[in-house]
Design a protein around this ligand. Structure first.
Ligand SMILES: Nc1ncnc2c1ncn2[C@@H]1O[C@H](COP(=O)(O)OP(=O)(O)O)[C@@H](O)[C@H]1O
Ligand SMILES: [Mg+2]
Length: 272
């Protein structure tokens, strides 16, 4: 069924990794277990859960990088049925480590233009214009075209990764722990950039993090993942203020609240 409001549909998706072992000891490790959710057009959707719960595996399935059971559709394209290249036009990802995502031997300009070349989009002049446009969007001036990743700071490298992700104008951006390795102030700038892009363009976001506080502040809706399953899903406010599942309750209770600062005991308390 064609569904124009939903950019991503994940239906009954499961995945197992084959464990190495001998004979009866060989057992598949189920990492995703019957995952169901959708992301609406222009939605900022959060996926939260502790390390190892299967978040990145789910992202890889959505990107068409690994096999899975069930069905995933992006903009009504079945990820399993169409070529990886066509999926790449619809969904792009930004990961935790920008240095390993960038080619140290290529200039920033080359890397930004590459997706346009692969997809045979535009003339040389048009591609160059798009590269300048994207550099401006990610907050870097055109002098960065000639630079190499090693000449950039961590935050600037992550900006370049975001540039590579948006250059084809995809419908969905996956940010998988995209600010987890950055200093707090740099992370805040990158989060602002995500929000600006979301506000200015027709892009949906799947924001993946182990940090519920971050996800709550950014996202419209949240799915909470625990041991390969989505245990709770709903509006960010509801999840944060009225968590139903014990694991979500644990996540919420571990967030330090501003109004719960430790009481300062007056040095005069004993005298009064
Ligand atoms: N390529 C792989 N082969 C075998 N096991 C894997 C592989 N990738 C991840 N796993 C295991 O799958 C589980 C989920 O990993 P992952 O999806 O990376 O979780 P998260 O992103 O939430 O930290 C973990 O137990 C991890 O060890
Ligand atoms: Mg991960």
């Amino acid at each position: 069924m064609i569904d124009i409001d939903k950019i991503l549909k994940v239906e009954e998706v499961s995945n197992s990794y084959r464990r190495r072992g001998v004979g009866f000891q060989k057992k598949d490790l189920e990492v995703l277990s019957n995952i169901n959710f959708h992301i609406n057009k222009r939605e900022f959707f959060g996926l939260v859960g502790e390390s190892g719960c299967g978040k990145s595996t789910l992202c890889k399935a959505i990107l068409g990088l690994i096999d899975y059971e069930g069905k995933i559709t992006i903009d009504n394209l079945d990820v399993k049925a169409v070529k990886r290249k066509n999926i790449a036009r619809k969904v792009q990802a930004v990961f935790q480590d920008p240095m390993s995502a960038l080619n140290p031997r290529k200039t920033i300009g080359f890397m930004l233009e590459e997706p346009l070349k692969i997809h045979k989009l535009g003339t040389k002049k048009e591609r160059s214009k798009r590269v300048d446009e994207v550099l401006e969007l990610i907050g870097l001036d055109s002098s960065y075209r000639q630079r190499y990743p090693s000449e950039l700071s961590g935050g600037q490298r992550q900006r370049v990764c975001i540039g590579c992700a948006i250059i084809l104008n995809p419908s969905l951006i996956i940010a998988d722990e995209a600010v987890s390795a950055l200093d707090v102030s740099v992370a805040a700038q990158i989060l602002n950039l995500f929000q600006d892009l979301h506000d200015s363009f027709d892009m949906s976001f799947l924001f993946v993090s182990h940090n519920l506080n971050l996800v709550y502040h950014l996202c419209d809706r949240i799915a909470v993942m625990y041991q390969g399953k989505i245990v709770e899903m709903g509006d960010a406010e509801d999840i944060y203020n009225n968590p139903k599942h014990p694991y979500t309750q644990l996540l919420v209770s571990s967030i330090p609240k501003l109004d719960e600062r430790p009481t300062v005991i007056s040095p005069l308390a004993d005298i009064r």
